[in-house]
Design a protein around this ligand. Structure first.
Ligand code: GLY
Ligand code: MN
Ligand code: MN
Length: 433
């Protein structure tokens, strides 16, 4: 048995415990063709992997609840020919043993076996409405059970979205997950340090992206956790800038939002720094506002506070900063009340972080922002985005600044997982080094 198999089995047992009677069916992600016989890099489904630790495509997990609970895996058969071309596959027998399942079947037995597992169960839980082909297949299995009604077999009469249980569990990270997230954060922190030192006028955004990707992979990460944003000058005001093709100019800021995925867990870091290694006075003033907003937001990440408290703390500091920088005029409370700050800060201050960069979990419970509790992991990422306009000080035109770190809620506050140079002094000293 794989060392981590017991962790995944325990998760499945918790799901069965919470769900009670019924059957949960979760498929992994399909392989996606890129063109002809070439595929996009494969990434398993996060729900499926969280429950199984099994990374091959063409696999389905079935948890059967009730008096005789069973953990069942459908996966690809061993295939000497395919393994010569594409590499190792476990096959059902070895997968059952290695990943701590009670039973395993070949993936092509799914349509034959799955209706049997649904017989006389009150409820079927799966992920509904994400993939139309999957929804159709699930209905086919239900109808196959219904077709046996005259022999006394009953089909599930309740259809539930499995995310009701899984999202809440994924939201609170266990020690195993936190250790992997720390590693993803360390690799990404190191990559930002390398990228910062590699930056200078005359290089290109893509060269800095290449430094990041090299550092992720050589650090043992399997992939970037999301498309890297390497945005200089005016490009930093484009929130999801992806072209990464512009030369880096003296006097500009460079915003890098990039991080690695390690053993299926994401980090998510943004740093903004001067291409030439020295902040101008105007850049420094704007940067200090964002940094103060982030400091205030991180201080608000603690048990007893709610999801929105860090955002509200950041918005207050940013809005005061916008007044101080001459971007807005008026009373800070009124500027917040009227959302006037949205002109320069149009996104929220964070999101859950985990296997997915924008991870699973509700933000409100019963209509209220949910309380923060230990084990939650989130980003804290305030920003300022200043486009040219007649009523904006010219020295700040085309300034985009975001500072993003990853934090885990602890019993007393939070642990900051990510740590590339961040203050003006730290960044300038690091770039000189
Ligand atoms: N990198 C995506 C985000 O910050 O949400
Ligand atoms: Mn983020
Ligand atoms: Mn980010």
């Amino acid at each position: 048995m794989q060392p981590d198999a017991a962790i995944h089995r325990t998760r499945r047992e918790r799901v069965l415990n919470d769900m009670g009677d019924g059957v949960m069916v979760i498929a992994t992600a399909p392989e996606v063709p890129r063109n002809r016989d070439t595929h996009y890099p494969y990434r398993h489904d996060s729900y499926f992997y969280w429950l199984t630790g099994f990374a091959e495509p063409e696999a389905v997990m079935v948890l059967v609840g009730g008096k005789a609970p069973r953990h069942v895996l459908f996966c690809r058969e061993k295939n000497e020919e395919r393994e010569i071309w594409d590499g190792f596959r476990y096959g059902p027998a070895a997968a059952r043993e290695t990943f701590a399942f009670d039973e395993a079947f070949a993936f092509d037995q799914l349509d034959a076996e799955l209706p049997k597992l649904l017989e006389n169960q009150p409820q079927l839980a799966t992920i509904i409405g994400r993939d139309p082909a999957w929804d159709t297949r699930v209905m086919g299995w239900l109808n196959a059970v219904r077709a046996k009604a005259r022999s006394g077999v009953r089909a599930p009469h309740l259809l539930a979205d499995a995310r009701v249980w899984l999202d809440e569990m994924r939201l609170i990270k266990d020690a195993h997950e936190l250790a992997l997230m720390r590693r993803a954060a360390e690799i990404s922190t190191r990559a930002h340090g390398i990228a910062m030192r590699a930056t200078r006028p005359g290089r290109h955004e893509y060269e800095i992206e290449a430094e990041l990707l090299c550092a992720f992979r050589s650090g043992g990460a399997e992939a970037p956790a999301y498309n890297s944003i390497v945005a200089s000058g005016a490009n930093a005001c484009v929130l999801h800038y992806v072209f990464n093709d512009k030369p880096l100019n003296d006097g500009e800021l460079l915003l890098i939002d990039a991080a690695a995925e390690f053993r299926s867990y994401a980090a998510d870091i943004t740093r903004t720094f001067p291409v030439n290694g020295r902040f101008s006075a105007a850049q420094k003033d704007a940067y200090e506002v964002v940094l103060a907003a982030q400091t205030a937001a991180i201080a608000a990440v603690r048990p007893g506070n709610c999801w929105n408290d860090p955002h509200e703390a950041a918005v207050r500091v940013l809005t005061q900063g916008m007044v101080d920088l001459g971007l807005l005029a008026g009373d800070v409370d009124s500027l917040i009340e009227s959302n006037a700050y949205n002109r320069f800060y149009m996104h929220r201050t964070g999101h859950w972080l985990g296997m997915d960069v924008h991870d699973a979990g509700e933000y409100k419970l019963g209509g209220e922002w949910r309380p923060l509790v230990p084990g939650m992991t989130l980003t804290v990422e305030p920003g300022l985005y200043i486009r040219p306009a007649d009523d904006v000080p010219k020295a700040l035109w085309n300034t985009g600044i975001r500072i993003e770190d990853d934090v885990a809620v602890t019993e007393t506050g939070c642990e900051v997982l990510t740590s590339p140079p961040k203050t003006v002094a730290e960044i300038e000293a690091w770039m000189r080094g």
